[in-house]
Design a protein around this ligand. Sequence first.
Ligand code: BDR
Ligand code: CA
Length: 315
Amino acid sequence: MKRRPLIIDTDPGVDDAIAILLALASPELDLLGICAVAGNVPLAATQDNARRICELAGRPDIPVYAGCPRPMLREQIFGKYSGVSGLGGTLLPPPSMPLMHGHAVDFLLDTLDEAAQGRREKVTICAIGPLTDLGVVFSMRPSVVRGIERLVIMGGAFSALGNRTPSAEYNILADPHAARIVFSSGAPITLAPLDMTFRALAKPEWVASLKALKRRVASVAAELITFYDRNDPERYGEVGGPLHDPTTVAWLLRPEFFTGRDVFVDVDCEGHLTLGHTQADWRGKTGCPANAHVLTGIDAPAFFAFLKERLAAYE
Ligand code: BDR
Ligand code: CA
């Protein structure tokens, strides 16, 4: 089987952990490395968590690089739902695999440059944290965008209300300037915004069915999701908490589970009340060409059945 080269840029984070586990359980993907960025928790914790997750998956061979410790310009904000550690407790032992010596930005620059020059296959990136690393990469060497096959981003909120301010989603709000650089980079972007992920609700029965598999990885995943639970039927219209980040990996593997549209997306970097708001030009008012494929719908039952099948495959 031809495997798709992938890099995950991430701030684990419970839903990030599930996304990484899904990628590592998927033979279609060749995970070249993980770039940890500050986000849900400080960088020291995100890089540590990324390694804990790789070890849980039995993949201590995956290179994990530490990336940017703070956003480009704005003051730092951390996540609210992943606990102090990022993984909601002490479920996973401290990692024994080493952190790579280089910086995540250098790893991205070198790998994408090789791909841009045709010395390796183009690389897909799942960016599921603040976009700082990629904002720096595209500022330093814009030409590396040619080495990207697809950049799948979890972030943004259009019709949906924000999850951190009334108008902004956390990953974009945490580094709106980096996000703006990324959206104007020319990279082929697929965007998984809250409008879609608010329909990817992990239901208590599904989490219980993961636990019932009685396998280590599935059980840890179930415990993490239980900790992360943001069950709020009044807000989402049904029972369950959204599992944002794994939808990016699922889109690569099962695009037929999703619907979406090509549109022009920009980020508000100035607004006093609307900082980090993403705006999509659904009706072609700006005259700007589409720069992202925005996912608008998900077949949630199919997504959760698939995720469970992949998590069950560990061991
Ligand atoms: C995003 O913010 C983080 O807290 C999650 O990991 C996800 O990437 C959702 O807004
Ligand atoms: Ca995340």
